[in-house]
Design a protein around this ligand. Structure first.
Ligand code: SF4
Length: 348
């Protein structure tokens, strides 16, 4: 399966969008043919991707697409069934818990629910400073010196260090989660729906904060979300997942301007647009049927039970993820392989 490769980088270190001649940044995360089955459930079924240094990859899909399982496998919170995961060139797929321990300094998770991910009996200073002690970076005195600066960095007042999680709002708790994830300056952050449990009114401010922190600190990020509009301003590249597989990936601007896969076209047609004129012009694609069960995914193209463009071959043959135009924007659809341009909106 072709890999969703990290693109070339500009001299300033930001991604070029994969359209410039190859000048590869260091790859921080490489996933090759990852499979994770929970018994009969084929949560992830052969997924490959790369994230370059300082790059944000938005991994997008509906509930049940397997995107959170990818994040858990990357952090080795669950063991992959097959495939390989490399962090900064080191194969971590089958490392023991003990061997993983020092590497956990380089990779951190930001969870969806900031309340349940913070220990209610600990103060904010204990929560944010705990990774420093666990990895023996400093002692308690050092924690007291470093935590206030980290709190300020995430937009919290240093005095909040003595508070407990229940005394904070949802947005403040997520800022604490970010402070804890970033205090060791990890190479890779896996953010799993970090704003979806927050009020809409605070989502934008937390997203802006993540964007600023990422630019400032330069960490790579696997940003997992069901909502394409969330990654519009944050991600460098986007990979769209459906039933355990990537169906399309590419530079963010390309995905938003010219989505190729009918599933991506449908997701985009449902995403809110700030500009009312563009919103009116948008042709909404309503997908029929529910997402099939990952226990028994449909044969051929997994999307064929919902695709408005499906034809005979789609029901029997699985389309490969193909970069038909060689511009770092692969998609898995027979129409693209046949050099046609899918337009799901035209077949409503
Ligand atoms: Fe639709 Fe067929 Fe393309 Fe799958 S391969 S997305 S069913 S047209």
């Amino acid at each position: 399966m072709p890999s969703v490769a990290a693109p070339a980088r500009t001299p300033g270190g930001r991604p070029s969008g994969g359209l410039l001649p190859p000048r590869r940044s260091a790859v921080i995360l490489r996933i090759d043919n990852l499979v994770k089955h929970y018994g009969q459930v084929r949560a992830v079924d052969g997924l490959s991707l790369e994230i370059g240094e300082g790059e944000v990859l938005g991994l997008v899909g509906e509930s049940g697409s397997g995107k959170s399982t990818v994040g858990k496998c990357v952090l080795r919170l669950t063991d992959p069934t097959a495939g390989t995961i490399e962090l900064a060139g080191r194969d971590i797929t089958r490392l023991s818990r003990r061997a993983m321990r020092p590497l956990r300094r380089d990779m951190h998770m930001v969870f969806q629910d900031p309340f349940s991910s913070l220990n209610p009996r600990f103060t904010i200073e204990q929560i944010v400073g705990e990774p420093l002690l666990r990895h023996k970076v400093t002692d308690r005195r050092g924690v007291s010196e470093r935590v206030p600066a980290m709190l300020e960095k995430v937009g919290l007042r240093p005095e909040m260090r003595s508070r407990f999680p229940h005394e904070l709002s949802g947005g403040q708790r997520q800022r604490v989660g970010l402070a804890r994830a970033l205090i060791l300056e990890p190479k890779l952050v896996v953010a799993d729906e970090p704003v979806s449990a927050l009020d809409v009114s605070v989502q934008a401010s937390v997203l802006n904060l993540i964007t600023d922190l990422q630019r400032d600190m330069g960490f790579s990020c696997l940003f997992i979300t069901h909502d394409l509009s969330v990654v519009e301003f944050l991600a460098d590249r986007i990979a769209v997942m459906y039933l355990g597989k990537i169906v399309e990936s590419g530079p963010k601007a390309e995905i938003f301007a010219a989505p190729r896969h009918p599933y991506t076209q449908a997701l985009l047609s449902a995403a809110p647009v700030a500009d009312p004129v563009r919103q009116r012009e948008r042709r909404r694609i309503v997908l029929g049927a529910d997402v099939p069960s990952p226990v028994d995914p449909p044969p051929g193209c997994r999307f064929h039970t919902r695709c408005p463009l499906a034809y005979d071959a789609c029901r029997t043959d699985e389309p490969p993820l193909t970069d038909a135009r060689g511009n770092g924007h692969p998609a898995a659809c027979h129409l693209i392989t046949a050099d046609r341009i899918p337009d799901a909106a035209a077949h409503r």
